[in-house]
Design a protein around this ligand. Structure first.
Ligand code: SF4
Ligand code: SF4
Length: 528
């Protein structure tokens, strides 16, 4: 066995929770029958929404790009099957806000016919840039739930040397098993993806971390590693504790290091990716396949056969719930994600997106009434980010947003441990989400005001410059006129002097002539 006996560290807090995982791992992942209509939102990732490059009526092949990335932080979107584009409109997305987002609706032709694909024959001969470009073009985003475009996380920049690439296979939240199932079923793809990412990052080492409640996943990866004849990846079993799958918590467990508050993991030479993202990278590079489908866990007490389903992006959640056997006649509550970090959805007629890892259908329970904080300190005891949740709660409630930032609100990973243990049933995470949203809104407003102020200052500066230039032009013009007039005066003066001199000269000459004539007139006549 390739198990590495690496020294492990502990992070503060955390919870041992009932797992409820085995209910959905009893069978192979099933392939969802191809839905007739796929509704594919343009916003499935963090960053700018993708921009459609197809029109209604266009015929597309499976894997063909239908929307291009728009901006630096964005990802393109591809047709999950072949068919016809029948609608491009703003439609609701699986998000608690139930906001409408520009969406392409694709009607399947039932052929599931692939477009031409262009694999890279040997990734070891490809440059980091070539690999990143392919990963970008394949529309790969973080599949652990965050949805950050993966090519960006594979480009740390020349100022950062990456020591360690960590693949996160912890999957610590109860009920969710899609990564566990993927590790069992496609270990080679995960190992290949890990090698490609490591090559792109020039990382010195690669670790795949798996919680010790997934022995089958660990064995599958271990066997695949042995069969590959390479011993280039460390497989590490980490103790099961919620939320070890948090990036910062996993880094602490594996290395003892902690990224700076609100800093990035690459500040300490580490990059983390999810195991499912690694498999998607292998598919993109080795097979030329873009990200058009994923494994989704459909589970909960209101599902008759909880299981993992391979579904195309855009498939209706309803079809997945029906496929796994939705209990009828039960009043249910649908959660996207797990019970700790998931969000409630009131509508099942929504599509799955690239980041949909789990849908949990539970019998609806009445909300427990909230009572005042008794200052028991339980929330601080379990907080894995070593925050003071009680103080964050007070200041969020009082809308003291500067204070919440002083208490490092943005280090909160919204794991829900504090809410889970709170004896007063205070939905603490809701308060933190509210505070974060308000701070972001204020920052946007401040940024907007700064832009307006800069524009105003620029306009004033421009006006002043125009005035200054005008005054300078006037000054020059006046000076020129003055010079001209001065020159004119000189010429006139000179001319007047000259005229006076000429007149004087003429007079003198005239006087001379007169005196000559007078002299001749005075001579005797006889001399003539
Ligand atoms: S756990 Fe709840 S009641 Fe106890 S200090 Fe924290 S917020 Fe207050
Ligand atoms: S939700 Fe935030 S404050 Fe609460 S335990 Fe998790 S990290 Fe700490």
């Amino acid at each position: 066995m390739n198990k590495i006996n690496r020294k492990l560290w502990k992070y503060h807090g955390g919870l041992h929770l009932e797992e409820h995982k085995s209910i959905s791992t009893g069978q192979q992942s099933a392939l969802l029958p191809l839905p007739k209509r796929l509704t594919i939102p343009m916003q499935q990732h963090i960053g700018e929404a993708a921009h459609p490059i197809v029109d209604v009526g266009d015929k597309v092949l499976k894997g063909e790009m239908i929307a291009e990335a728009s901006g630096k932080v964005s990802a393109p979107i591809h047709a999950p099957t072949s068919g016809t584009i029948v609608e491009i409109a703003a439609l609701p997305v699986p998000h608690p806000s139930e906001l409408n987002v520009l969406t392409i609706v694709l009607e399947s032709d039932g052929q599931d016919q692939w477009c031409e694909r262009y694999p890279i024959e040997n990734y070891r001969h490809a440059s980091s840039e070539q690999l990143r470009e392919r990963i970008h073009d394949a529309g790969i985003v973080g599949l652990g739930g965050a949805g950050f475009p993966s090519y960006i996380k594979l480009n740390p920049g020349q100022h950062f040397a990456i020591e360690t690439l960590i693949l996160n296979g912890a999957e610590c939240e109860p009920y969710i098993t899609c990564d566990d199932q993927l590790m069992r079923e496609r270990p080679e793809a995960i190992l290949n993806g890990a090698r490609i990412m490591r090559h792109a990052l020039h990382a010195k080492r690669c670790i795949i971390a798996i919680e010790d409640n997934k022995p089958d996943a660990f064995s599958a990866l271990n066997n695949a590693l042995s069969q590959s004849g390479q011993n280039d990846i460390e497989l590490v079993m980490v103790p099961t504790l919620y939320p070890t799958g948090g990036e910062r918590q996993l880094i602490k467990v594996l290395t003892g290091k902690e990224p700076p508050s609100q800093g990035r993991t690459l500040d300490i030479g580490i990059i983390c990716h999810n195991v499912a993202t690694a498999a998607a990278v292998a598919d993109a590079i080795i097979d030329g396949t873009p990200l058009i489908s994923r494994i989704v866990t459909i589970t909960g007490e209101a599902i008759s056969t909880p299981q993992n389903i391979i579904a195309p992006v855009g498939a209706p959640i309803e079809e997945l719930l029906d496929f796994a056997g939705r209990e009828s006649g039960v009043n249910t509550q649908l959660i996207m994600g797990g019970p700790m970090m998931g969000v409630s959805l009131s509508n099942t007629n929504l599509p799955i997106v690239k980041t949909s890892n789990c849908f949990l259908l539970q019998p609806a329970e009445p909300t427990k009434p909230e009572s005042p904080c008794i200052r028991c300190g339980e929330c601080a005891r379990v907080c894995p980010a070593e925050l003071l949740p009680q103080q964050l709660y007070w200041h969020s409630r009082a809308k003291e947003f500067e204070k919440v930032q002083e208490y490092n609100l943005f280090d909160c990973i919204e794991c829900g441990c504090c809410s889970w243990v709170c004896p007063s049933n205070i939905p603490l995470v809701h308060y933190y989400r509210f505070a974060k949203t308000e701070v972001w809104a204020q920052e946007r407003e401040k940024e907007g005001a700064n832009i307006a102020r800069r524009r105003h200052e620029f306009r004033l500066e421009r006006q002043e410059k125009v005035e200054r230039e005008k005054a300078e032009r006037m000054r020059k013009k006046k000076a020129m006129l003055k010079d001209k007039e001065g020159a004119k005066d000189d010429t006139a003066k000179k001319a007047a002097i000259q005229a006076a001199m000429d007149r004087a000269k003429a007079k003198r000459e005239a006087n001379q002539v007169d005196s000559t004539i007078s002299a001749s007139d005075s001579q005797p006549k006889s001399e003539l």
